[in-house]
Design a binder for this molecule. Structure first.
Ligand code: GUN
Length: 723
C-alpha cells in the first residue's frame, strides 16, 4: 500500500484472466485469508465493506480509501437508480466517479428496501443491467428477502423465486461479477436448498441474506445455525458475504465459520444515536467518562467534549470511532487466522454477550455432542432443545472439524472447558482414535501429575519399561496420549495453570479414553510423576518387577511406528516392518532426527516443532509401493476410520502439472484431478500422476472439496519432488 502526501495510489487492476477468481493464502480451519481479483484491485479478505449512502456521505469514500486503506465499499444501486440527480451522473461517469472512490465497489439491488418499505418498482433484469451500466465491480441480483417470522412455505417461495430469478440475472450481468444471495429464513433445510441451488449457478460471491432482523433481535444461535447450513452447502471457492453484519463482536465467530466479507451501515447508524461499537458490545456516549478504546478519532478529545458537540459533528466523530474500532477487530481476526487462533478469539469473544455465549455453546456442544465426552459437558444444561436437535447437526460439525490444519505449531492456550471443543483439538483426537493401534497386550500404565516434556522427567524410566507388555499413556488435559506420541501437538504443548496436570486420575474417564483408542479390559495402573525422587524404584516396586536395563532402541522404533500410523495412515504391520532393525540419528537434546532402515537408507525424519513426521524420497517410495487401493478418480470425503491403514492420501495431478511437481514445485489449484477421501489439511500426501506414478511428497493445504473447486492458489505445498 502506498501513501503520498496523505493520498493513497489508485489500485492496480488484476490480470484480466484472474478477474472474479478467489484464492486462499492462509487458513485456520474454515476461516481463510483470501484474495478476490477485481478490475479495481485485489481485495483481501476477510474485510468490511462500509455502506455508503450516496445521498448522505458521513465519511467521504475518498477518506475511506486514503486514510483508512479500505479496499472495498458497498452502496445501493436502487437508491442511485431512484434519484435522477444520482442516476444521470452515475450513467455518464460511472459509479466510481459518482462517489469519488477508486477501490472495489459492490452494489446492492433494492431487496433490503423492499423488506423495509414494501415492494420496489424496479425489475429483476433492469436493476442488474443498471449496475452493469454504472460500472460496479460486484453487482447484486434482486433476491427475495426471507424474514425470521415467515412460515416454512413463505420462506420456500422466497428461496425458489430467488433461484428462479438467478439465471436471467447472471445472463444480464455478463462479465460483471454477481452476488447470489442465500435466503431461507430460520429453516436450515431451506438454507441448504438455497445454498446448493445458488451454488450450482455462475455467481462470484454468495451473500447470506435475511439475517439483519436475526442480528437485530440478537438471535445469535440462529445466526450460527444459518451460517453452518449455508456454508457447508456452498462451493468453497466463492467468497461469502454477511449482508448487513457490521458489529465487530460477531466477526470472530462468523469468520471462524468461513465468512469472508461483511458490510455495515452500523458505524453510522449507531453513531447517529450516540452509540459506540466495541468488540465486547455496544456502549453509549451518554454513559461514559472514559473511552472504551483509544483510537485516532478520539485521541485528543474526551467523551464529555464529544457530548457537547453539535449533533452532526458528533455523528461524524462517532462514525469514525466506530469505523476505526471495527477495522481494528477485523485486523485482529486476520492476524488470528495467520496465527491459527481464530477459534480461540471466537471463544473469548463469546463471553462478551449472553446471546453470543449461547450461540457459541450451541455450536461447540450440540452439533458435536455425540463425539464428546459427557464429563466435559458440565457447563451445558441438557435442555429439551439440545435433546431434540441431537444428531441433526453432526455433519455440519464434521465440516468444521475436517477443515482443521493439524498437527500445528505453537502452544495450546488453556481456556477452560472450551479448550476441549476447539475443532482442531477434535481433529487431532479423531485422527488419533481412528489410526492408532495398541501393540502391547498387558496392563495399561497412565502417567499423570506433570506437564510436558514428559521425556525429560521419565524418559529413562520409559526406556526401562519398553521391553515389557505394558501399554503406556500420558494423561493430559486434552485426553490420553500414547507414549509414542508424547511430543505431538496439541497434547505436548498445552499452556495452562499447574493444577491442570495435578488432577487425580479418573478411572471412568480413562476407561472411556482407552475404549476410543481400541484398548479394552485392561488393568489400569496410574503413576504420579509429579515427584521424580526415587521414582524408578517406586515404580518397579508398584509393578512388582525387577528394575530393567534401558532399551531406547525399541522405544524409538515405537515412536516412529506410532507417528507413521497416526500421521501418515500407515498400516500397523507395514509400519513395524519398515522400522525393523533401523538405527537413529539423534539431536543434541536426544530426540530422533532421522530414521535409517536396516539397508542404511534414511526414510523418515520426525519434525521437532509439532511432533509430526516428514518422509524422505526413499521413505515416500516405500509407502507408495505399499498401496493397495486404486488410484483415486474423484473428490470424496470420508470418515478417517473407514480408511485407516490405507497409507498416506494420494493426490492425482494432470499431465500439465507433472513435470513441475516432479521438480518440487507446489501443486496449484486447477491441476488436481482426484484425491483420496481421507485427505485433510496439514496431512502428508503423495502426489501421483493419473497412472499412479509417484511425483512428489507434500502437505495438503486443502480439503477434498477445495481441491475440487478452487482454480487459483496453492493446493499442496510440495516438500520434495521424486524425480
Ligand atoms: N441487505 C441486507 N439483507 C439483505 C438481503 O437479504 N438481500 C439483499 N439483496 N440485501 C440485503
Amino acid at each position: 500500500m502506498k501513501w503520498q502526501d496523505g493520498r493513497r495510489a489508485d489500485p492496480k487492476p488484476c490480470r484480466e484472466k484472474d478477474e472474479g477468481r478467489f484464492e486462499i493464502s492462509s487458513r485456520d480451519g474454515q476461516a481463510r485469508l483470501g484474495k478476490l481479483h477485481t478490475k479495481h484491485g485485489i481485495l483481501e479478505t476477510p474485510c468490511l465493506l462500509p455502506v455508503i449512502n450516496p445521498n448522505i456521505r458521513t465519511i467521504e469514500p475518498r477518506e475511506m480509501w486514503d486514510k483508512y486503506g479500505i479496499q472495498a465499499l458497498i452502496t445501493n444501486s436502487y437508491v442511485i437508480w431512484k434519484h435522477e440527480h444520482l442516476k444521470e451522473p452515475a450513467l455518464s461517469d460511472g459509479v466510481h466517479e459518482l462517489i469519488d472512490y477508486p477501490g472495489v465497489i459492490m452494489t446492492d439491488s433494492g431487496t433490503f428496501q423492499s423488506y423495509v418499505y414494501g415492494d420496489v418498482e424496479v425489475g429483476v433484469e433492469e436493476i442488474v443491467q443498471f449496475q452493469k451500466d454504472i460500472g460496479v465491480d460486484i453487482a447484486t441480483m434482486l433476491d427475495v428477502f426471507s424474514r425470521p417470522d415467515m412460515t416454512h412455505s413463505q420462506v420456500e417461495k422466497a428461496v425458489d423465486e430467488t433461484i428462479k430469478r438467478a439465471s436471467i440475472s447472471i445472463k444480464t450481468a455478463g462479465n460483471v461479477m454477481l452476488n447470489g444471495p442465500i435466503q431461507g429464513g430460520l429453516f436450515p433445510e431451506l438454507r441448504a436448498k438455497s445454498a446448493s441451488g445458488m451454488s450450482a449457478l455462475e455467481f462470484t460471491v454468495h451473500p447470506i441474506g435475511g439475517i439483519v432482523p436475526v442480528m437485530e433481535q440478537q438471535m445469535y444461535r440462529d445466526l450460527a445455525k444459518i451460517m453452518l447450513a449455508c456454508k457447508s452447502n456452498l462451493s468453497p471457492d466463492r467468497p461469502v458475504h454477511m449482508f448487513g453484519c457490521g458489529h465487530p463482536m460477531l466477526f470472530p465467530m462468523l469468520i471462524a465459520m468461513g465468512a469472508d466479507l461483511f458490510d455495515s451501515a452500523a458505524y453510522v447508524l449507531f453513531a447517529r444515536d450516540g452509540r459506540m461499537l466495541t468488540p465486547w458490545g455496544t456502549e453509549r456516549i451518554s454513559d461514559i467518562e472514559e473511552w472504551p478504546i483509544i483510537v485516532p478519532a478520539v485521541a485528543n478529545i474526551t467523551p464529555s467534549e464529544v457530548r457537547a458537540m453539535k449533533k452532526q459533528e458528533r455523528t461524524v466523530l462517532l462514525s469514525k470511532f466506530n469505523l476505526e474500532v471495527t477495522l481494528q477487530e477485523m485486523s485482529r481476526c486476520r492476524q488470528a487466522i495467520r496465527d491459527g487462533t481464530i477459534w480461540r478469539l471466537a471463544e473469548r469473544r463469546s463471553h462478551e454477550h449472553p446471546a453470543l455465549r449461547e450461540a457459541f455453546l450451541w455450536l461447540v456442544t450440540n452439533p458435536a455432542r455425540s463425539s464428546m465426552d459427557p464429563l466435559i459437558l458440565d457447563e451445558i444444561s441438557a435442555s429439551k432443545e439440545f435433546g431434540e436437535e441431537l444428531g441433526k447437526w453432526e455433519e455440519h460439525w464434521d465440516w468444521l472439524v475436517n477443515a482443521q490444519f493439524t498437527p500445528r505449531n505453537g502452544g495450546e492456550a488453556w481456556g477452560g472447558t472450551d479448550t476441549h471443543h476447539r475443532p482442531h483439538v477434535e481433529m487431532a483426537r479423531r485422527r488419533l482414535f481412528a489410526r492408532w493401534r495398541s501393540r502391547k497386550p498387558g496392563d495399561v500404565i497412565v502417567f499423570h501429575g506433570a506437564s510436558a516434556p514428559w521425556r525429560e522427567r521419565v524418559g529413562g524410566l520409559i526406556d526401562r519399561l519398553f521391553n515389557s507388555d505394558y501399554e503406556m499413556f500420558v494423561q493430559t488435559p486434552l485426553g490420553l496420549v500414547p507414549w509414542g506420541l508424547e511430543d505431538l501437538n496439541p497434547w505436548a504443548h498445552i499452556e495452562g495453570p499447574d493444577w491442570l496436570w495435578k488432577r487425580k486420575p479418573n478411572y471412568a474417564w480413562i476407561q472411556r479414553e482407552l475404549a476410543r483408542l481400541g484398548v479394552y479390559d485392561r488393568k489400569i495402573i496410574s503413576i504420579d510423576i509429579s515427584d521424580t525422587e526415587e521414582l524408578h524404584n517406586r515404580v518397579f516396586e508398584k509393578l512388582g518387577m525387577e528394575p530393567q536395563e534401558r532399551d531406547s532402541e525399541t522405544r524409538k522404533q515405537y515412536q516412529i511406528v506410532d507417528k507413521l500410523c497416526v500421521l501418515c495412515n500407515v498400516d500397523i504391520s507395514d509400519a513395524i516392518e519398515l522400522c525393523k532393525d533401523s538405527t537413529f540419528i539423534m539431536s543434541r537434546t536426544d530426540r530422533i532426527r532421522n530414521m535409517i532402515n536396516s539397508d542404511g537408507v534414511h526414510l523418515f525424519s520426525p519434525r521437532l516443532g509439532e511432533g509430526g513426521i516428514s518422509l524422505t524420497v526413499p521413505g515416500a517410495r516405500k509407502l507408495h509401493s505399499l498401496r493397495k487401493a486404486p488410484v483415486p478418480d474423484g473428490f470424496n470425503s470420508a470418515d478417517l476410520r473407514l480408511h485407516a491403514g490405507e497409507g498416506p492420501a494420494w493426490v492425482v495431478v494432470d499431465n500439465d502439472a507433472e513435470p513441475f511437481v516432479k521438480e518440487g514445485r507446489n501443486v496449484m489449484h486447477g491441476f488436481v484431478t482426484g484425491c483420496d477421501s481421507w485427505i485433510r489439511p496439514g496431512e502428508t500426501v503423495l502426489i501421483v500422476n493419473s497412472a499412479g506414478g509417484l511425483l512428489a511428497i507434500g502437505r495438503s493445504q486443502s480439503t477434498s472439496k477445495e481441491l475440487q473447486t478452487f482454480t487459483k492458489g496453492i493446493a499442496i505445498k510440495v516438500r520434495d519432488g521424486c524425480p
